[in-house]
Design a protein around this ligand. Structure first.
Ligand code: NAD
Ligand code: WQD
Length: 351
């Protein structure tokens, strides 16, 4: 298939590009590079054994909010599918920049979806988030649970789900899936491609990895008084390569059901492992696998954090046949292989 990947130069997008290329798909990435550079795509190309800028993998640098800047490229590529990762992703930042979050995540999604359908795409995957369930979700949470996001970011992702339903309903035979990711972590097992957050990492595992490199002296554990087995918060961590493979499986499943005259297919699937792991357990696993020591200091809870988040994953397994395969050991091993080789991200390490 020809697959348009918005946000393909980002963390989740670049890993998914590798998996798509290895499965034989051709990829056009649409990315403004606002969150990074072409480095992840160059690595993705290297890992998949293709040239960036060739027939198998090309890049158009443009903002999803400005279709005039990328319409011609989309029409020339004629995508059969779109995987839509591009967007802003920080709940904390969304409190100070709500208008930007709605503009990019909602307005940008409407614009790029319309352009992709006009250029021929009939299968659409959307990077949604467990955050749409909010802070009163049952554990494990399934896709029928009520949604009640608590941040502008979360609300923008939920609105984008609605936008995609409406835009895709204008065209016959479109297959659409909202993939609600839980907590993606880890890196490509080669150690050549991984997450490269700007500034101080806001997420747990990138921060832990940078304590191990010596960039920070200790991990602040945000709260050890949650009603959980060790007092620290529980999350459903999923290896980024499992997440990437979920896209491959969902694309194939939806594509088999598309076509003019076909009933529109819309699905919502949780993308997690269905297993809760505490913050302390993740830190311990990292120490055991890597031999590094991570000094921890318990501090106050971070505003907005919930005690426990875990996915029910039966729906996607029953329908698509996809299930996460990699355990916590693989997550921390691959994260460390990447971070150790690139202590300052793509700017360092072997070229
Ligand atoms: P990322 O910041 O690494 O990647 C996002 C990419 O989108 C970047 O390459 C950025 O340059 C691009 N982008 C941003 N705004 C754009 C715009 N206006 N036009 C074109 N390109 C633009 O983020 P990520 O971790 O890879 O997340 C990808 C998607 O998955 C996001 O939509 C995010 O909301 C969603 N998500 C992420 C997580 C997570 O923990 N990483 C969890 C749930 C959902
Ligand atoms: C995990 C746990 C922290 C850092 C976020 C977004 C969510 C989704 C995934 C996009 C929490 C604790 C963290 C640190 C810590 N993204 N922690 N010290 O908050 O579950 O989810 O990423 O959609 O919307 O909110 O992930 O990795 O930030 O935190 O103790 O330095 O680790 O308090 O309990 P979170 P996280």
């Amino acid at each position: 298939m020809r697959v348009l990947v918005t946000g393909g130069a980002g963390y989740l997008g670049s890993h998914t590009v590798v998996v798509l290329l290895e499965a034989g798909h051709d990829v056009l990435v649409l990315d403004s590079l606002v969150a990074g550079s072409t480095a992840p795509l160059e690595r993705a190309a290297e890992l998949a054994g293709v040239a960036l800028g060739g027939r198998r993998l090309d890049l158009v640098v443009a903002d999803i909010r400005c279709p005039a800047d990328y319409r011609a490229a989309l029409e020339a590529f004629a995508p059969e599918a779109m995987v839509h990762f591009a967007g802003l992703k920080s709940p904390a930042e969304s409190l100070s920049r709500p208008a930007d979050y709605y503009d990019v995540n909602v307005g940008g999604t409407a614009a790029v979806a319309a352009a992709a359908l006009a250029a021929g795409a009939r299968t659409v995957l959307f990077s949604s988030s467990a955050t749409v369930y909010g802070d009163r979700a049952p554990v494990p949470v399934d896709e029928t649970a009520p949604t009640d996001p608590v941040s502008p970011y979360g609300r923008s992702k939920l609105m984008a789900e609605h936008v995609l339903r409406d835009v895709c309903a204008t065209t016959d035979g479109v297959g659409l899936a909202m993939l609600r990711y839980f907590n993606p972590v880890g890196a490509h097992p080669s150690g050549r491609l991984g997450e490269d957050p700007r500034g101080v990492p806001a997420n747990l595992m990138p921060f832990v990895a940078r304590v191990a490199t010596g960039a920070y002296p200790e991990l602040q554990v945000f709260g050890a008084d949650f009603p959980t087995r060790d007092g620290s918060a529980v999350r459903d961590f999923i290896h980024v390569m499992d997440l990437a493979e979920a896209h491959l499986a969902a694309l194939a499943w939806l594509a088999a059901r598309r076509g003019d005259g076909a009933e529109p297919t819309t699905r919502v699937w949780n993308i997690g492992r269905g297993e809760g792991v505490t913050v302390f357990e993740m830190v311990r696993a990292f120490e055991e696998v890597t031999g590094a020591r991570i000094p921890c200091r318990v501090t106050a809870r971070r505003a907005g954090d919930i005690a426990e988040s875990c996915a029910a994953v039966d729906a996607v397994e029953a329908e698509v046949g996809w299930r996460a395969r990699r355990d916590v050991t693989a997550m921390v091993r691959d994260l460390w292989a990447w971070q150790r080789a690139h202590p300052h991200g793509f700017g360092t390490g072997a070229a």
